[in-house]
Structures are given as structure tokens and as C-alpha cells.
Write a protein of this length. Structure first.
Length: 263
């Protein structure tokens, strides 16, 4: 599977069905709502709303954010959780993944510093998040900013990386289904700084209307007034309530998708 190849669902099904025991796919469309930064109030509420519908949240944490005295910009100034919060949410079944050491745009620093920051983030997760295993983890680049060299370096440490969809996907509508044993560069889309409710609904409607299917990753942040491009709590609740009834759609965190859908 090349960087910009999009494998249609029917092709995947045909390939997988021809190989006994390898086919795990149940749905034609997968949606991951990938939440960044680690705002304490928002992330606990996001988890609660997901649990209401039997879902697991995909929560991505800035490793050192709980050590800050003020964030790097106005969109990171709301109170963040610490690894006590993240271990509690993980024990409830939610997915907790790295979202940089200190939210640095790694394309704006030297390659040596960027690699050091990736290592520092992953090491901190190993030491502080219960059961964290880099071999099954997804590293989520800050600002969805990366380069081929940074992506490849991170992929030498983790199972997959999430970065900007404009680079990974080009004009393709969604990611292809993952392949076992292959590093994965996962493209996503985001919107802000204003409320993202309308954009989220529009992107999901477009995806659900696509016959090709695939795996759409929307990068979100906080709820209500927290973070860059927040969504409303009531909107998220209503959205999940509708989406869980769609038979051809699966709503999963990123690493869970890799586990359940890689063929």
C-alpha cells in the first residue's frame, strides 16, 4: 500500500476473503474522532458521552502539559489533566495516545531536536501510562505537521502516526484500511479556531455518502469553550446517538481500528 494509494473497500474484501483467517472487516466505513491536547474537563466529559453509547474515546495527550504554567498559545490555556486522569480513563477502556512532548511543531526545529522530542514523549508514556506499548501505539503529531523523515523516525518507535491529511491523502476522501505488519501514516482533517459543529457534521455526511468507504479520521480538541475548534457537548451527544445506529459504520479509536481491521 503506497503513501497515496486508496484501496477501495471492494478490493480489500476480495483480497482478504481469498486469504483464510485474515479477514477481520465488519463495516465498510470507519470513523475515528481523534481528540487532542488533554483538557481535563473536556476529556472526562468526552469519555462520559462515549460511554453512554458503548463507545471508546480516542484521547491524545501532550506528555508534559500537566507541568506547564500556561500553554504555548491561547488555545492551550485551559486546565489539563495529568497521568492520574489518563490512567483512570484508560482503565475504563478509553484509548490514551501520545500527542507530542510539549506541542512543538517539529518541522520548525532541527531534525535532531525533533527526534529527541519524539523519544522524550514516548519514554514518558512508557514510564507513566499503565500498560503503554509503543508497538501498538499511534503517535499524533502536534499541529498535524510532519515530514517523511519525521514520520519514518516515529514509525521506528510506534505502530502508526497521525498527521495532516492534505499531505498523506491528497484528494482522496479517506484513509484505506490498514495492513498488518506495515507502518501506517494516517491522514486526518481538522477545523478551527471557531466552533466546529457544522464542519464535523458536513465532513461526516460527506463520508457516509461515499460508496468507497474507508477510514475517516477527524482531529478534534475540546468541548464547548475549550481548545482550538471545539465542538459542543450537546452536539457530540446527539451525533454519537445517531451514528451508532448506522449499520455500515464503525466508530473506533485509532489503535483499536488497527487491531480490529488490519488485514
Amino acid at each position: 500500500m503506497e503513501r497515496r494509494d486508496f484501496i477501495k473497500t471492494t478490493a480489500i474484501a476480495g483480497l482478504a476473503l481469498s486469504i483464510p483467517g485474515c479477514y477481520k472487516q465488519h463495516k465498510t466505513h470507519i470513523l475515528t474522532l481523534s481528540w487532542d491536547d488533554g483538557f481535563r474537563k473536556s476529556f472526562h466529559k468526552i469519555a462520559d458521552i462515549h460511554e453512554r453509547y458503548g463507545l471508546k474515546a480516542c484521547l491524545n495527550i501532550i506528555a508534559s502539559a500537566h507541568m506547564w504554567k500556561g500553554g504555548p498559545n491561547e488555545y492551550h490555556n485551559d486546565p489539563v489533566g495529568d497521568f492520574n486522569d489518563w490512567n483512570i480513563l484508560k482503565s475504563r477502556g478509553h484509548e490514551i495516545m501520545p500527542h507530542s512532548w510539549k506541542h512543538t511543531n517539529l518541522t520548525e526545529v532541527s531534525i535532531d531536536e525533533a527526534k529527541e522530542l519524539i523519544d522524550k514523549c514516548i519514554t514518558y508514556f512508557i514510564e507513566n501510562l499503565d500498560g503503554f506499548n509503543p508497538s501498538t501505539a499511534v503517535y499524533n503529531f502536534a499541529y498535524n505537521a510532519s515530514s517523511n523523515e519525521l514520520e519514518d523516525y516515529a514509525l521506528s518507535k510506534v505502530r502508526a502516526v497521525r498527521t495532516g491529511g492534505w499531505d498523506i491523502l491528497g484528494d482522496k476522501p479517506a484513509n484505506p484500511f490498514p495492513v498488518n505488519g506495515r507502518p501506517l501514516k494516517l491522514g486526518c482533517w481538522s477545523y478551527g479556531p471557531e466552533n466546529a459543529d457544522i464542519w464535523v457534521q458536513s465532513e461526516i455526511d460527506r463520508f457516509l455518502g461515499s460508496p468507497e468507504g474507508g477510514w475517516l479520521v477527524l482531529n478534534l480538541h475540546g468541548l464547548d469553550n475549550e481548545g482550538w475548534g471545539p465542538v459542543s457537548s450537546d452536539f457530540l451527544d446527539g451525533l454519537l446517538n445517531k451514528l451508532v445506529s448506522i449499520e455500515f459504520l464503525d466508530l473506533l479509536p485509532a489503535a483499536e481500528t488497527l487491531k480490529n481491521y488490519a488485514f
